[in-house]
Design a protein around this ligand. Sequence first.
Ligand code: ADP
Ligand code: MN
Ligand code: MN
Ligand code: MN
Ligand code: MN
Length: 369
Amino acid sequence: MRMVVLENSPNAKMNKSVLNRFLALPQPEDKVQAMYVWIDGTGEGLRAKTRTLDFIPTSITELPIWNYDGSSTMQSEGVNSDTYLYPVAMYRDPFRLGNNKLVMCDTYKYNKKPTATNHRHSCLEAMQKAADQKPWFGIEQEYTLLDMEGRPFGWPRNGYPGPQGPYYCGVGANKVYGRDIVESHYRACLYAGINISGSNAEVMPSQWEFQVGPCEGISIGDELWMARFILHRVAEEFGVCVTLDPKPMPGDWNGAGAHCNFSTKEMREDNGIIHIENAIDKMSKQHLRHIKAYDPNQGRDNERRLTGRHETSSIHDFSAGVANRGASVRIPRQCAEDKKGYLEDRRPSSNCDPYSVTEALVRTVCLNE
Ligand code: ADP
Ligand code: MN
Ligand code: MN
Ligand code: MN
Ligand code: MN
């Protein structure tokens, strides 16, 4: 099966030892490649392009504003298509090494107003208003590997793998598919300077998870988006695709989410459980508003996943409980015992925009909006 997949992937077939000859060429010391990364008009897709800098940047403020053709990314009309890239966060480039950088950007229209899929702009405003409450986030990014035909990677061409059960956190050639990608991605994120905190194989075969966090404020969105970019880029070299679709296989197969773990300074202090319960109470009154913010299509993507089965709650109801993986919001058992810590919002879809998710949480819980 694997051979079939690689045959179909032009990228995987390329001879990487030739690439390595050129990547090994000495790079002029005063020339840095900066790859600018941004979210396109779908609110899910990522785009990137590179420019050479004549200096080694040490802070994000030194990076120039740039632009691109927004009409090719579903972000503008052809007649007024120049769209601006504002650098917001900088990471070490795990593909080009050296002083080269990956640069997360947000996007602005010709009139300097944020584009329709720039959800960072308003998220940052909320994070700044709530900064004294020190909001922390940890996101569990689930995803599925697909072959070039769009089948889950490693699944039999005709038919299905055995039912779910042996795959979650599994080991062995008949239990997990694509670990090379997972391991490469983990190291690449660590190298880049992303606060990746773990990874595991998921319940459906060829589905995986990595976690980013805890991160304070706006940085969770920046880091998760760049971790997604690195994942697509690593998988590309293996000739494998990554989907963040929340229900890639209909039927008796788990969907994919992006559980958002959230705390404020008060929740982390002794007896913070009172503040956790208070937050859950506020969230219960804003269920619909949160569902709309938790996938890029106002809840329509999550409808296929939040069925009340396969370790999810129903999209129609809000529920909460200690150690309950069938609830909208779970208080982890350890936090209930310690009477402090954080809560886990299990509703966000795997393809959510973390800027929208964390903004909704902060506006509801910290800003009482
Ligand atoms: P699960 O048991 O739901 O699979 P994981 O171990 O996958 O949980 O993920 C837990 C996440 O919670 C991690 O991303 C971690 O960074 C995050 N986290 C831990 N403590 C806090 C906290 N105080 N506030 C916010 N997030 C936290
Ligand atoms: Mn051109
Ligand atoms: Mn997890
Ligand atoms: Mn999981
Ligand atoms: Mn979880």
